[in-house]
Design a protein around this ligand. Sequence first.
Ligand code: G3P
Ligand code: MG
Length: 241
Amino acid sequence: MNQLIFAHRGASKKAPENTMAAFELAYQMGADGIETDVQLTKDQIPVLIHDETLRRTTNGTGFVQDYTFNELQKLDAGSWHSKSYQNEKIPSLEAFLKWSKDKEIQLNIELKNNVLEYNEIESKVIYLIDKYKLTQKTTISTFNEKSLRTICNNHPTIETAFLISSKIRDLYTHATELSVRGIHMKYHLLTKNFIKNAEKHDLYIGTYTVNHPILIKRMMRLGCRVIITDVPDIAKKVINT
Ligand code: G3P
Ligand code: MG
């Protein structure tokens, strides 16, 4: 099986998460894919930032959805990580897609609509993926089942993955009904049996966020197809030894 290393929010250990610097670094490190998180601005622009609020990863305060894209561009999204990244901004999804277009790298776009319900975030994101003809190398993931159903009904050609952070009953029935291709699961929930069952249901397993080399090896041996990590450089070394 071809096992893939995806950089979680970019190479987010060495560079500030969800910035173009972190994506570029992940690419330089040889990551097979990049995972990133999407929220919507006040003017409905998809932007890449993990939290619904600005405080942790920028010098702003309040909610992302209360600012226009232009207002958000005035914020520093890098200094919290280290001074040398002070010029990093919150990227738009569109800038990220454009950057990825001529690169051999897969995309895992996570819709952050499990806390706030962003109006039609699915079609806004898929519109941009289509615009840059990136469907073939993109997977959309979310914890939000309703959102997966919307994508499955309205955009059946886009590949989706169901994000899971705790055990849920009848997972395979849910996943099959949602027509997802994969399940991206918190690593501590994974067992050999779980992966075997997933395969029987024709689902692949991805796992997050796996940073320690021993854990990375363990997840590989279990048969995870995608390993999502903050340290793609380390994970690539582990996978190649
Ligand atoms: O997509 C995997 C992982 O990113 C999900 O959790 O909170 O890191 O976005 P979180
Ligand atoms: Mg994420």
